[in-house]
Design a protein around this ligand. Structure first.
Ligand code: NAI
Ligand SMILES: Nc1nc(O)c(N)c(N[C@@H]2O[C@H](COP(=O)(O)O)[C@@H](O)[C@H]2O)n1
Length: 211
C-alpha cells in the first residue's frame, strides 16, 4: 500500500493551536491541491483526535478526475468516534481501525452507524496489521491527513512512502499545540527524508519528500 501523508503547518511546525481547533493554514490553492490528492486516493485517513477536534467530512475532492470518492479511515483504538460524526455520513465506506481495548458496545454502535470496524492490536491500533486488512478491502493508495499523534506512529512503524507539507506563513506557537509529529518523539535514530520538490503556493510553500 502506498501511504501519502499530507498536512499543513505553520512556520513553527504546528498543525493547530493550543485550543486544538481547526485553523485555515492553507489558502485556496493548497486546499485545491489537497482535494486532488484525496481524489487520487482510495481512502483518506485521520486519527480520532482529529475527528473529535474538527469533525471532518473528508468529502471535498476533485470530481474532475472522474474517480469514485475515496473511502474514509479513522485510527480509533477505543472506538470513540461519535456515531453522528460527519466521517460516517453518506454512502462512502468508513473503516474504523480499533484495538481489542475498544468496548464491544462501542464497536457495535459504530457498525450500526455504517462503519466497518477492523480490530488490530491490544491497546493501540497495530497499524501494519490494520493496513494489511485495508489492502484486502482494495485500498492501495492511502492519504493520511493527521493529526500529529497518528503521523508520528506512522513514521515510527516505517509506513510512510511520501510526505507533502504545506508551510503557511504564520506562527501559531504554544508548547501544547499539536505538531506534524508528536507521539513520544524519536531520540536515537531519526527518519530521514529525501526532498523531491519545493513549490510556492498561496502565501507559503509546499515541500514534497520521499521517505
Ligand atoms: N493542519 C493540518 O493539516 C491538520 C491538523 N490537524 C489537527 O491535529 C489535531 C489532532 O491531532 P492529535 O491530537 O495528534 O490526534 P490524531 O488525529 O493524531 O489522533 C490520535 C488518536 O488516534 C488514536 N490512535 C489509534 N491508534 C493509534 C496509533 N497507532 N498511533 C497514534 N494514534 C492512534 C488514538 O486514540 C490517539 O489518541 C487537531 O487539532 C486537528 O485540528 C489534523 C489533521 C490535519
Ligand atoms: N491541508 C490542510 N490545511 C489546513 O489549513 C487545515 N486546517 C487542514 N486540516 C484538516 O483538513 C481536514 C478537513 O476536512 P474537511 O474539509 O472538513 O473534510 C481535516 O483532516 C483537518 O484536520 N488541512
Amino acid at each position: 500500500m502506498h501511504v501519502h501523508v499530507n498536512a499543513a503547518v505553520s512556520v513553527d511546525g504546528k498543525l493547530s493551536s493550543t485550543r486544538r481547533e481547526q485553523i485555515s493554514i492553507s489558502g485556496d490553492e493548497d486546499f485545491a491541491r489537497m482535494e486532488t490528492i484525496r481524489a487520487e486516493s482510495d481512502a483518506v485517513m485521520v486519527g480520532v483526535g482529529t475527528v473529535l477536534a474538527d469533525d471532518p467530512s473528508l468529502e471535498r475532492h476533485d470530481e474532475s478526475l472522474g474517480r469514485e470518492p475515496p473511502a474514509r479511515v479513522v485510527a480509533d483504538s477505543r472506538a470513540r468516534t461519535p456515531t453522528d460524526a460527519d466521517i460516517l455520513a453518506g454512502d462512502r465506506p468508513t473503516y474504523v481501525l480499533a484495538s481489542a481495548a475498544a468496548p464491544e458496545d462501542r464497536r457495535r454502535a459504530l457498525e450500526r452507524a455504517g462503519a466497518t470496524v477492523i480490530v488490530a492490536g491490544d491497546e493501540r491500533v497495530a497499524l501494519p496489521e490494520a493496513f494489511d486488512e485495508l489492502a484486502s478491502h482494495g485500498i492501495s493508495r492511502l492519504m493520511v491527513e493527521g493529526g500529529g499523534e497518528l503521523i508520528f506512529s506512522l513514521f515510527a512503524a516505517e509506513l510512510v512512502d511520501e510526505l507533502t507539507v504545506y508551510v503557511g506563513s504564520m506562527i501559531i506557537g504554544g508548547r501544547g499545540a499539536p505538531t506534524l509529529a508528536d507521539g513520544d518523539g524519536f531520540v536515537d535514530e531519526f527518519p530521514t527524508l529525501e526532498l523531491r520538490d519545493v513549490a510556492r503556493l498561496d502565501d507559503g510553500v509546499v515541500l514534497t519528500y520521499d521517505v
